[in-house]
Design a protein around this ligand. Structure first.
Ligand SMILES: [Zn+2]
Ligand SMILES: [Zn+2]
Length: 931
C-alpha cells in the first residue's frame, strides 16, 4: 500500500480525486478521520500540526519556587499529539505501508508538518521508504507532475521551522509568565508577550505616541479660479505651502489680472501594469475590498485547497519560467472572464510584469482553476476575481497618459495647473480596483489672457502620521523582517484578541501601552525588531544548512537570559508600572456626586460602575451583565459629564456601545420617573441637579433630604416618596412579567421577547396578574400563536393561583398535593366540597377544612362546615352499603357535597345529576333505598 499524507482533509480528498483519474475513489472513515483510497493508494489529511511542542511535565504551576519563569528558558520540551485520532490512523496505516509520500504544503511550516508526520511513521515502521511531493497549486497538472517527480523531505527546511517553534515557545512562555506574575495578572487576564507580537505592538504604540505628541503647524494654500470656453480651471500658486501668513497675504493681494498663460508643456506618462501578487500585496489589495488580513488569508487558503488559486503564502513576485501562463489563460476562457482573456491574448505585453522579490519556493499567487460566482458565493468570489484580474493585469500592456502642465502669471504672481488624460487604458480596463482620475485642461496658448474669477487663500494644518491599517502594518512588518508571510496576519489577530489593540486603523489599548512601556524601560530587546529579524536571518542559514538548529536555539537562549537579568532586577517596578497604568483602563471619570474616580467593576458575571469613594459615596450605575459582553472604557469622553464612553465587547459579536454611562443611565430612567404622577420636567431637572436619577433613589430618601433636593415642602416630599414606591412596584411587576414571558415563550427567529412585552404593555397588561386575566386575543396580538397563547395564559393563571393560595396561608407542601389532585385555583377551595378535596388529594379532611377556611376568609367568602375524618369514613361506609354505589360513585357524589347517608337522603336528584353526571333514575333509586 502507498500511503499519502496531505496537510488537510480537504486537500487529501482533492489529491486523491486527481491522482485516481477515471478510477473511483472510495472514502472511508476510521474514528471520524477520513481516508481516500483507490488502486493501491490511500490518502489521509492532517489538520496542519497534529502534535504540539510543550514543556516537560512539572512546569504548569506558575507560582512554583523552583520552576520560575526564567527556568522555562532551559526547560526540556516534548512533542505530544493534539489530534489523537489522526495520529492513530496514520500509524495504523503506516505499519502496512510499502511507501509513504508526504504531500503537505510546500513552505517552512508545511515541511515541519511533514517532518512531524515522518516521525509518526518512523515510530511504528523504521524501514518504510518515505518521500515528498511538492506543489504550488492543487490542480491536476501540478499534482500529477509533483507525483511524477517525487523528492526527499527537506530536513534543513523543517529544522528552520523547528528552531522558530522552540524559540517562540521559550520566549513567549517565559516572558508571558514573568510579566503576568509581576503585574499580578492571572487566568483570562494574563499579559502575553511574544517574539514577533511584542515588537509589532511596540510599533503601534510608538505611532500612537507620535500622534499624541504631534504639534500641528498652520500653513496656507493659495489658488485662483479661471476659465476658458466655459471650462472652469483651478490653478495653484507655485509656492505650494506658505508657512508665513504675511507672505501668503501679500501673494493673495498681488494676484491681479491680467492673468497670462506663460508656458504650456505637454508630455506622456507611462502607468505601469501592477506586479504579480505575493502575500503582502494581496492582503493590501484585499483590504481595499473591505476584507481584514485574517479574512483575506482564510478565504485565499480555502480557494487554494479547492484548486481555484495557487498557494497564497508566497514571497515571490516574479512568475517562474516553468509557470504555464498560456495554460492558465486557457483555463479562464469560456467563463465570466472570456472577453477579458481574449483581449489580453490579443494585446499581451511581451513579458509579464515582475516585482522586486524573487524566490524559488512558490510562484506568485495566480488563478489555478475556473470558477463561477454561484459556486463560490460572494466573499470567495470577490477574492477569486481579484486574483484573476490581477493575473490578467500583469500580462496586459501599460496604460499611457498625456500630461499637460501650464504656467500662468498674475501680475507677477506665478501659478500652475496640471492635467492628465488617459489615452490608452491598457491594464486598467482589466483591473478596476485602482481609480484613474482624469483632469482635462482646455487648450491654452502661451500669451493668451484669461479672467480671474476668484482668488482663494485657504488655511490648513499639518496632519499627524496616520494610524496603521492592518494591511499597512503587514507591509511595515515585512519591511522590518517581523514575522513571515504565513504568520503576520495571525500576529495582528492575536494582538486584537488579547485586547492590546483595537479599531481599524489600529489603536493600542491602555493595557497594550502599559506592557510596551514597561518592556521598553527594562527590556528593549523584546520590543525592538532587531532580535526577531536576526532570528529570521538565522533561519535562512539553517535552511541553507549553514547553521544548525540547536546552535540557533542556544544563541536565542543566551539572549533571553540576558533579557531576564534586566527584568528580574526590576520585577517590582515593572509590576507597579503596569498596574498603575492599567487601573486607568477601568477609570471612567469623575463621580458626579463627590468628584472622586468612577471605575468599572466586575464581580462574577455582574458589572457596574462604582465610585472609588465608596462607602462614603454610594453613587453607582448598573451595567448589563457580562454575558452581554465585558465592559471597557473607550477613548471618547462625554462633553457634559466628562466621563469616558463605555462599550461591551464579546468575542464573535459586534460591540455594544453604551456611550456615556451617565447619559445612558439618565435616559434609561426617564420613563420610570415619568410614571410618578407629580413628576414634571422642572422637578426632574432639579432632581438631576442633585444627582438623583432613579425612582429607587427617591423611594429610599428621607423626606427632609428629598424636600431639600426637590425644593418642595415636607408633605409634598412624602407624597413623592409614596409615588416613587408605587412606580417601583409597577416596574418590579413589569420586570417579573418580562422574566416570565422569557421563561415560558420559547425563543424563535423573527419573534423578539422585547416586542411581545412592548405589545402587552401597550394593551394594558403590565404584570402577570393582568396576563392571567387577559383574553387570548390580547396575547395573539402580541405575536404569539394559538397554542402558545393558551400555554402562556395557562402558565400565568397557574402562577397567580399558586401565589394567591400561598398568600392565603396554604403551606407549600400541601399546595403540591392539591395541584397534583387537579385543585389549582382559590375558587376551587371555596366551591368544591371538602370531602371531594380530601379524597382527591389524600389530605386529612380536617386539614383541608383548615386550608379552605384560610382561603375563604382571605377572599371574604363564607366558610363551609367542618367535617371530621371519622364522620367522613363512617359516611363512606354508609354510602357503599347502598346497592349500586361503588367507590367511583362515592367520589362523584363527593363532588355534589354528598358524603353520607344523611346528605344523600336530603339531596335534590335534579341538581346532583347535573353536578355529578350520575343518571337521575339511579339517584332516585339510591335515595328511595335509604328512605
Ligand atoms: Zn462618588
Ligand atoms: Zn454624559
Amino acid at each position: 500500500m502507498h500511503l499519502i499524507i496531505a496537510e488537510k482533509n480537504i486537500s487529501a480528498n482533492r489529491i486523491a480525486q486527481i491522482l485516481a483519474g477515471n478510477e473511483k475513489v472510495r472514502a472511508s472513515k476510521d474514528g471520524n478521520v477520513s481516508a481516500y483510497s483507490f488502486d493501491t493508494k490511500t490518502v489521509v489529511g492532517l489538520k496542519g500540526h497534529v502534535v504540539e511542542v510543550d514543556f516537560e511535565p512539572g512546569y504548569t504551576n506558575w507560582r512554583s519556587e523552583v520552576h520560575t519563569p526564567r527556568s522555562l528558558i532551559d526547560a526540556g520540551t516534548i512533542k505530544k499529539p493534539t489530534e489523537k485520532k489522526i495520529v492513530g490512523l496514520i500509524q495504523k496505516l503506516s505499519k502496512k505501508a510499502e511507501l509513504v509520500t508526504i504531500a503537505t504544503d510546500f513552505d517552512t511550516e508545511g515541511e515541519l508538518i511533514g517532518k512531524e508526520a515522518y516521525e509518526l511513521v518512523r515510530a511504528v515502521n523504521p524501514t518504510v521508504r518515505i518521500n515528498r511531493a511538492r506543489f504550488s497549486a492543487i490542480t491536476p497538472p501540478e499534482i500529477r507532475s509533483a507525483f511524477e517527480n517525487l523528492a526527499e523531505l527537506d530536513f534543513a527546511l523543517a529544522a528552520a521551522g523547528e528552531a522558530r517553534q522552540a524559540v517562540d515557545l521559550m520566549w513567549g512562555a517565559s516572558l508571558t509568565r514573568f510579566i503576568s506574575l509581576a503585574a499580578r495578572r492571572g487566568g483570562k487576564n494574563i499579559l502575553s508577550v511574544g517574539r514577533v507580537q511584542s515588537p509589532t505592538l511596540a510599533m503601534i504604540v510608538e505611532r500612537e505616541r507620535e500622534i499624541e505628541s504631534f504639534v500641528p503647524q498652520t500653513y496656507w494654500m493659495l489658488s485662483l479660479a479661471t476659465e476658458k470656453d466655459g471650462m472652469p480651471v483651478e490653478a495653484r500658486h507655485t509656492a505650494g505651502r506658505f508657512t508665513d501668513h504675511d507672505a501668503a497675504l501679500a501673494a493673495e493681494v498681488g494676484t491681479k489680472e491680467p492673468l497670462v498663460v506663460t508656458d504650456v508643456k505637454e508630455g506622456q506618462k507611462t502607468d505601469r501594469a501592477p506586479t504579480p501578487f505575493d502575500t503582502t500585496t494581496f492582503i493590501v489589495a484585499a483590504s481595499r475590498l473591505g476584507l481584514s488580513a485574517a479574512n483575506a488569508m482564510r478565504i485565499a487558503e480555502d480557494l487554494y485547497m479547492n484548486g481555484y488559486i495557487s498557494y497564497p503564502r508566497t514571497d515571490n513576485t516574479v512568475y517562474p519560467k516553468s509557470l504555464n501562463l498560456n495554460g492558465i489563460l486557457d483555463t479562464l476562457k469560456g467563463g465570466v472572464f472570456d472577453a477579458d482573456v481574449t483581449w489580453v491574448q490579443k494585446n499581451r505585453r511581451p513579458v509579464p510584469t515582475r516585482g522586486k522579490k524573487e524566490s524559488t519556493d512558490h510562484p506568485p499567487i495566480h488563478p489555478a482553476g475556473a470558477a463561477t460566482r454561484e459556486a463560490l458565493g460572494p466573499d470567495r468570489w470577490k477574492v477569486y476575481e481579484l486574483v484573476v484580474r490581477r493575473f490578467l493585469a500583469t500580462l496586459s500592456p501599460d496604460a499611457t497618459w498625456t500630461t499637460t502642465k501650464c504656467l500662468f502669471d498674475a501680475s507677477g504672481q506665478p501659478y500652475t495647473a496640471t492635467g492628465g488624460r488617459l489615452i490608452s487604458s491598457g491594464w486598467r480596463r482589466i483591473y478596476p480596483y485602482s481609480e484613474a482620475k482624469e483632469n482635462v485642461l482646455p487648450a491654452f496658448v502661451p500669451g493668451e489672457k484669461l479672467p480671474i474669477k476668484n482668488v482663494n487663500l485657504e488655511e490648513k494644518q499639518t496632519q499627524p502620521p496616520a494610524r496603521y491599517s492592518q494591511s499597512r502594518l503587514i507591509q511595515v512588518m515585512e519591511e522590518l523582517g517581523l514575522g513571515t508571510k504565513s504568520t503576520r496576519h495571525e500576529v495582528i489577530g492575536k494582538l486584537i484578541s488579547r485586547r492590546y489593540v483595537e479599531g481599524n486603523p489600529l489603536r493600542p489599548t491602555l493595557v497594550g501601552r502599559a506592557v510596551i512601556d514597561a518592556l521598553d524601560n527594562h527590556a528593549e530587546t523584546i520590543t525592538e525588531p532587531e532580535m526577531t529579524r536576526t532570528l529570521e536571518e538565522h533561519m535562512q542559514l539553517i535552511k541553507q544548512s549553514q547553521r544548525s538548529r540547536d546552535d540557533v536555539i542556544a544563541e536565542s537562549r543566551e539572549m533571553l537570559h540576558r533579557v531576564f537579568d534586566g527584568l528580574e532586577a526590576h520585577e517590582k517596578e515593572i509590576g507597579e508600572e503596569i498596574m498603575e497604568q492599567t487601573a486607568e483602563e477601568h477609570t471612567v471619570g469623575p463621580c458626579p456626586v463627590c468628584g472622586q474616580d468612577l471605575r468599572i467593576r466586575h464581580i462574577g458575571v455582574s458589572q457596574f460602575i462604582g465610585c472609588t469613594g465608596y462607602p462614603e459615596c454610594r453613587f453607582n450605575i448598573s451595567l448589563p451583565g457580562s454575558t452581554w459582553g465585558k465592559a471597557i472604557r473607550t477613548e471618547e469622553v462625554c462633553e457634559k459629564h466628562g466621563l469616558a464612553h463605555v462599550r461591551l465587547i464579546r468575542k464573535g459579536s459586534p460591540p455594544w456601545t453604551i456611550g456615556c454611562p451617565l447619559c445612558s443611565h439618565i435616559a434609561s430612567n426617564v420613563e420610570a420617573l415619568r410614571m410618578m404622577p407629580s413628576m414634571t420636567d422642572d422637578l426632574m431637572q432639579r432632581l438631576h441637579a442633585h444627582h438623583i436619577y432613579t425612582v429607587s433613589e427617591i423611594a429610599g430618601m428621607q423626606p427632609r433630604e428629598l424636600a431639600k433636593a426637590a425644593g418642595v415642602d415636607a408633605g409634598e416630599a412624602a407624597r413623592l416618596t409614596d409615588e416613587a414606591e408605587g412606580a417601583l412596584e409597577i416596574l418590579r411587576r413589569r420586570s417579573e412579567l418580562r422574566k416570565f414571558v422569557r421563561k415560558v415563550v420559547p425563543p424563535r427567529k423573527g419573534r423578539s421577547h422585547a416586542k411581545i412585552i412592548r405589545s402587552l404593555l401597550d394593551q394594558g397588561v403590565g404584570d402577570i396578574r393582568a396576563l392571567a386575566r387577559a383574553e387570548p386575543a390580547v396575547v395573539k396580538k402580541a405575536g404569539i400563536g394559538d397554542a402558545g397563547a393558551a400555554e402562556l395564559l395557562g402558565a400565568a393563571r397557574g402562577l397567580c393561583n399558586e401565589r394567591a393560595l400561598r398568600e392565603a396561608g396554604v403551606p407549600a407542601v400541601s399546595l403540591k398535593k392539591y395541584q397534583a389532585g387537579g385543585v389549582g385555583s382559590p375558587d376551587d377551595f371555596c366551591y368544591l366540597p371538602i370531602p371531594y378535596l380530601a379524597s382527591k388529594t389524600g389530605i386529612n379532611p380536617e386539614t383541608v377544612h383548615k386550608h379552605v377556611d384560610l382561603v375563604c376568609r382571605h377572599l371574604g367568602r363564607p366558610v363551609p362546615e367542618k367535617i371530621t375524618r371519622a364522620a367522613l369514613e363512617r359516611g363512606r361506609k354508609e354510602l357503599l352499603e347502598v346497592p349500586g354505589i361503588g367507590e367511583a360513585t362515592v367520589d362523584r357524589l363527593y363532588l355534589a357535597g354528598i358524603y353520607d347517608a344523611a346528605t344523600l337522603r336530603e339531596a335534590d336528584p335534579e341538581k346532583v345529576a347535573s353536578i355529578t353526571g350520575i343518571a337521575r333514575a339511579r339517584l332516585h333509586d339510591y335515595i328511595s333505598h335509604l328512605k
